[in-house]
Design a protein around this ligand. Sequence first.
Ligand code: E4P
Length: 214
Amino acid sequence: MAVLLDSASLEDAATAAELGFVSGITTNPTLMARETSQPLAHLDRLLAVFPRGPICFQPTSSAFSEILDEARAASALAPQRVVIKLPATLEAIRVATPLVGEGISCALTAVYSPAQALLAHETGCKWVIPYVDRAARQSVGGLVVVDALAAILERLQSGTRILAASLKSAPQVVDAILHGAHDVTAPLDVLLALPAHPLTESAVREFAAAKVKS
Ligand code: E4P
């Protein structure tokens, strides 16, 4: 299992790098646009601030050859670390095939159906990325989507992993794993909330008081 940070913020990336349990970063064009008007240069900065593990980058070009060029330029910054995120459309899936053939890691994102997961498997994508909370907000059932992806990938004995995204709370992270996601990505506030429990906090207060007395 891997826990990733879902953010393009350099401050978030620096904080996550110190946590010890975060092994990579996912970005998307919306998150990038909040931080920069030059996504490729910003990706290079993220790679430096978070110095290990995969960083997902989603091209913003729309034409086939331009998506390929943008993906290749991103991958060239750190070929072992950059994963190209592509929305699960016919156009993007066409791009995944040559990129994977060149040894560039790809992921299909904004995934809501097992048919899309099947194509992620078939094109050799590293990850299929369901948007759990977005699906829940549309009454599709975020965890139902994860169940369906897990079933099809299990049936295919696929090497494609489920990276659950659009996770808005610690319980949602846990539920995604319980329903078959292999990996999760979440914003920094959700990652920081993972260890929070009132009984743990009360035990820590009790231990601190005992230390003061002794
Ligand atoms: C995942 O990689 C996406 O960046 C993200 O989780 C999308 O969902 P959201 O906009 O609901 O957070």
